[in-house]
Write a protein that binds this ligand. Structure first.
Ligand SMILES: Nc1ncnc2c1ncn2[C@@H]1O[C@H](COP(=O)(O)OP(=O)(O)OP(=O)(O)O)[C@@H](O)[C@H]1O
Length: 391
């Protein structure tokens, strides 16, 4: 969808801001550009909407060279969100949001309806906020309007330059989560500039780690964190990259352990024989519908005088749906002071799939490094020479 072919930008004073850059962003993909200040991220982004012209190379949008497209027409196909939102102070939030539809000549009612729809989508009530002026909003709300405005004409491409950089960390995390939810609905092709590795990892389908005008590595976040391509990348992502990996690695079914399972109405003797057969100290307890109830310990039933598991089972509150992150798994273990957590089928609520222990959690983390490295190999853009160049 967006393709950079050997793009170089040298400014008049001789600074090479971007150096022979070749990479591709697929349709519907969100690529974060991350790196220290001055490494060429913004220059890369501004070349896409022709606020800056490359010195060499070309950029293709849907296969067409953007140098041959009228810049104004081009920019109408590209939503642009920046840190200093740039809302018009004397226009209402609704009118600000409808800016591009107005420019495109939409009828007033259609443009305002679309703006109201977009405000709802970014979590602002048009009836409450639509008539306000930008200075009557919080910083986080202004950023949301910036996102709504960029999406108003439904552009296929979004460029976002540190859009959440000016708000405090709590609001920032909320905006990031909202944006992820939004992106899962609208599936735009997004280039997102940030200097914050946490943000890059959280948002990006892939992240491009910049160093001095070049991309040092372009891969899925878990690969960048698990297998940094160069010492520079390893240093940039930080010594705690293992911890960061936890938040981008989902629990998969194959990660789970299968302890013995008994049911609430099983007789105690039957449960004991299951436990003995598997040489286990405890078993997961399910109800009639195979939904998680809790667990039962061998030593709590070994001296029981008849009865069923129901009389001895304990409830288990530490559970997560499959697909939740390993970070959530770890955090749930700590929160419940539990040595394991139950993993349930997210689609069939409460349907028990298996358990995750610290050992299997570690296994999952190691498994995903290999998986992602293989996946990254398969998703190389066509044409071997178009790989992001590692210096
Ligand atoms: N108009 C200009 N003339 C000369 N040099 C420039 C110009 N604009 C940017 N540069 C230089 O180009 C390099 C890349 O700048 P760019 O703004 O792309 O970096 P960045 O990675 O986005 O940085 P930041 O995170 O600080 O915004 C820097 O060395 C910068 O000083």
């Amino acid at each position: 969808m967006i393709r950079f072919e050997h793009v170089t930008k040298r400014y008049a004073d001789g600074t090479t801001a971007v150096d022979d850059l070749s990479f591709e962003v697929a349709e519907g993909e969100l690529v974060t550009l991350v790196g220290p200040s001055g490494c060429g991220k913004t220059t890369t982004m501004k070349m896409v909407n022709r606020l800056i012209e490359p010195t060499e190379g070309r950029i293709l949008l849907d296969g067409a060279d953007i140098a041959e497209t009228d810049p104004v027409a081009l920019r109408r196909r590209i939503g642009y969100v920046i840190q200093q939102v740039g809302l018009f102070p004397h226009r209402t939030v609704l009118d600000n949001t409808a800016t591009v539809p107005h420019l495109l000549g939409w009828q007033r009612k259609k443009a305002r309806d679309r703006a109201a729809e977009l405000l709802e989508l970014v979590g602002l009530d048009p009836a409450v906020h639509g008539g306000r002026y930008p200075d009557q909003l919080s910083g986080g709300q202004r950023q949301r309007v910036g996102v709504a405005r960029a999406l108003a004409a439904d552009p296929p491409v979004l460029l976002m330059d540190e859009p959440f950089g000016a708000v405090d960390p709590v609001v920032r995390e909320r905006l990031q989560n909202e944006f992820l939810r939004l992106q899962s609905q609208v599936r735009k092709t997004v280039l997102f500039v940030t200097h914050d590795i946490e943000e890059a990892v959280r948002l990006g389908d892939r992240i491009a780690v910049y160093g001095n005008g070049r991309i040092e590595q372009l891969d899925a976040p878990s690969v960048v964190l698990g297998a940094p391509a160069t010492p520079y990348v390893a240093d940039f992502v930080g010594a705690d990259r293992g911890l960061k990996r936890l938040s981008v690695t989902p629990i998969e079914r194959d990660d789970l352990e299968q302890p013995p399972v008994v049911h609430l109405d099983d007789l105690v003797e039957a449960a004991l024989s299951v436990l003995a057969g598997e040489n286990a100290d405890w078993a997961v307890v399910l109800d009639d519908g195979d939904k998680l109830h809790g667990w039962v310990a061998a030593d709590s039933i070994v001296h029981a005088n008849g009865g069923t598991v129901r009389d001895h089972a304990r409830r288990m509150e530490a559970w997560l749906p499959v697909g939740a992150s390993l970070k959530q798994a770890f955090s749930t273990m700590l929160q419940h002071d539990a040595g394991w957590i139950a993993v349930l089928d997210g689609d069939r609520r409460d349907h028990f799939l298996g358990v995750l222990t610290p050992t299997s959690l570690h296994g999952a983390l190691r498994r995903s490094v290999g998986d992602d490295a293989r996946r990254a190999d398969r998703t190389e853009p066509p044409g071997g020479d178009l790989r992001a160049t590692a210096s």
